[in-house]
Design a protein around this ligand. Structure first.
Ligand code: HSE
Length: 393
């Protein structure tokens, strides 16, 4: 099977390395072309800057898009599908925007469009979700979807180091996006959550407009110490519920008690869970970022194509509507401004430097926090777990 890799960054290089090790079933795979940027000097015989030469090469069976970003990735994926090449991508940003179009064009051209590596890196999450959907409706998804932010929060928790120092370490380890704001501001989680929701509810939604997102940019060492005193650990979560004809989705820092699996998900690991009627809760854990785990998932998709393994068909026929008040949470807020008036409908209680508010619809909480951030751009919030007897809150 002949493969063209578009892009030779962290993931592209990993795909090349694993295929060239020719271990087990990867012996059947061959990298024929690697697309590099126009002004870059080729240092491998497979390298070219000519996308048309790749598209017009009849021997290329699979195009692996690992350029990242929206354009030209979108345009190349569509062109490859129209040239009857199977396409595999790890690029969550482009899938989240164009999943419906890629699905339609791949169907029209009788080729596959697979993207296991785009969510959860090396974890077989999409495969697990699709498998659950063969039997069950899935009505809850929640996940630590971003390796960089998990690495940052875990390092801060373990070492007490400040945010910027540990962000630099994540960049050096190859976990972070080229622009790490996607990792720390929750955009990357939003992309991965939307891709998961698209599959789970057979509904195409984009990570813009309504989706409430609050990242971890503002978290401090003092916040970490405070959460620790409460016996809780903070994680950046993507969460979606579906009830009746409605669904919601949110990206926000979320506190877990120390005995929750989420609290024990360390380093760059991801932990993604689904709830299905007969299967109950299923949790998938593994390395959610990094060169070889992500490349491994790309190659699993190539092998699925090689072995004619069909993935779930998507039709996007569902009519579920987004409801911003479907879920209500308690939240802890840190801000320099007095916002007890702003939150007065939600039983605000001052706890030292923090304010705890109760039973707030998720969409409303994010609207109110936007107003807080206009006056105090250092403010931070996290949702609280359900209260336990005797627990500090
Ligand atoms: N920057 C991403 C992360 C890479 O940290 O999870 C994997 O999608």
């Amino acid at each position: 099977m002949n493969i063209a890799i578009l892009g030779f960054g962290t993931v592209g290089t990993g795909v090349y390395k694993i295929i060239n090790q020719a271990n087990r079933q990867t012996q059947n795979l061959h990298v024929k072309h690697i697309l590099i940027r126009k002004n870059k000097k080729p240092d491998l015989p497979e390298m070219t800057d000519d996308i048309d030469a790749i598209l017009n090469d009849k021997d290329v069976d699979v195009v692996v898009e690992v350029l990242g970003g929206i354009e030209p990735a979108h345009q190349y994926i569509i062109a490859a599908l129209k040239h009857k090449k199977h396409v595999i991508t790890a690029n969550k940003a482009v899938i989240a925007q164009y999943m419906a179009e890629f699905t339609k064009v791949s169907k029209e051209n009788g080729v596959k469009f697979y993207f296991e590596s785009s969510v959860g890196g090396g974890i077989p999450w999409i495969q697990g979700l699709e498998r659950a959907l063969r039997i069950d409706d899935v009505n809850k998804i929640q996940g630590i979807f971003n390796g960089t932010s998990n690495f940052i929060l875990d390092q801060m928790h373990r070492t007490g180091e400040p945010f910027n120092d540990v962000l630099m370490q994540a960049q050096q380890l190859g976990y972070a996006e080229a622009d790490p704001s996607a990792d720390i501001d929750g955009i990357d989680v939003a992309n991965k959550l939307c891709i998961s929701v698209d599959i789970a509810y057979d509904l195409f939604i984009k990570p813009d407009g309504e989706l409430p997102i609050f990242g971890i940019r503002n978290i401090t060492e003092d916040d970490m110490a405070h959460f620790d005193q409460l016996g809780m650990t903070v994680k950046l979560m993507g969460i979606s519920h579906q009830v009746g004809n409605a669904f919601d989705y949110v990206v926000e820092p979320t506190l877990y008690y120390g005995d929750a699996l989420e609290a024990h998900t360390t380093d760059n690991y991801n932990l993604i869970s689904l709830h299905g009627k007969t299967i109950g809760v299923l949790k998938f854990m593994g390395q959610g970022a990094g060169q070889l785990p992500t490349a491994n998932a790309v190659i699993q998709d190539i092998l699925d194509i090689f072995q004619n393994k069909e993935h779930l068909k998507r039709e996007f026929k569902s009519t579920f509507k987004y409801r911003s008040d479907l879920t209500k949470n308690n939240y802890i807020v840190r801000t320099e401004i007095d916002c007890s008036q702003l939150f007065k409908r939600f039983e605000p209680v001052v706890r030292g430097d923090y304010l705890v508010v109760h039973n707030v619809p998720v969409g409303e909480m994010h609207r109110l926090m936007k107003r807080v951030l206009q006056k105090d751009e250092t403010a931070f919030m996290a949702s609280l777990p359900e209260k336990r007897e005797g627990a500090a809150k």
